[in-house]
Design a protein around this ligand. Sequence first.
Ligand code: PEP
Ligand code: MG
Length: 323
Amino acid sequence: QKAEWAKLVNEKSVSADGHHVELAANIGTPKDLKGVVENGGEGIGLYRTEFLYMGRDQLPTEEEQFESYKAVLEGMSGKPVVVRTLDIGGDKELPYLNLPKEMNPFLGFRAIRLCLEEQDMFRTQLRALLRASTYGNLKIMFPMIATLDEFRQGKAILEEEKQKLISEGTEVAGNIEIGIMVEIPSTAVMAEQFAKEVDFFSVGTNDLIQYTMAADRMNERVSYLYQPYNPAILRLVKMVIDAAHKEGKWAGMCGEMAGDETAIPLLLGLGLDEFSMSATSILKARSQISQLNKKDMEALAEKALHMNTAEEVVQAVKDATKL
Ligand code: PEP
Ligand code: MG
């Protein structure tokens, strides 16, 4: 099987009835690029920049960040690279920021919330990204967006830094897409409004599932409630994809669900444009998609949306595909 998959390394990702999707990779450092190229990644769908900030005792400089972003953009030779701005807080701590302990860190001062407050830190990252933008196909994504206002603030700050760089004589790419992660149910529900302003969505199911089901993604005792195939989750994902398409935008997914063989038929049927996963899952997913009929998966997804339980959905996927 592995040998069969390996033949797909330079192939496009196309369903049996000719529908194209993009299979991209999640990375944490420039060192992960080798695996992406070896596994035929068509882009980077999520570069988690937290690792640049972790395991040290002070913030990384603009120059250090610039070097990392440049390395990733160059390493992907013009293929799309979605960089997520700092998503610290929740499970990811930065001791040197000396943030006060919180009762509910997952519902607390984290990610974009922190960046909009700690603007020096945020602006440094954005400047490094903008300076690196001429080395490839950069897209910038804000994490944990809950309201349109947060997106507008983040975008305005990005725009300010861009104008500053340009007036200093630094070259910046002209066509940088700016998108958001959909990890919070309010954002999925409001996707139609967001879609008028963002360039793309990437659904972060790792968090979206925990917030929708109110089940901590790291707590074993409630893991039975952490249900990717619950029709509630599928409906939220559908709202995001439909809203994007209505405005001529694209919708991707970078949570674990995007590389899951039971979820892939449903996501293809719902019309997901980009699937971002660990590099080692890409060839298997490409092979699976090549054997699926998009039209059939649309019918399957439509049925799944009206089912009552996650178990029914899993059974329906098994019945409709060779799983
Ligand atoms: C997610 O929430 O699905 C996601 C991709 O982000 P992280 O796993 O880094 O929280
Ligand atoms: Mg997340």
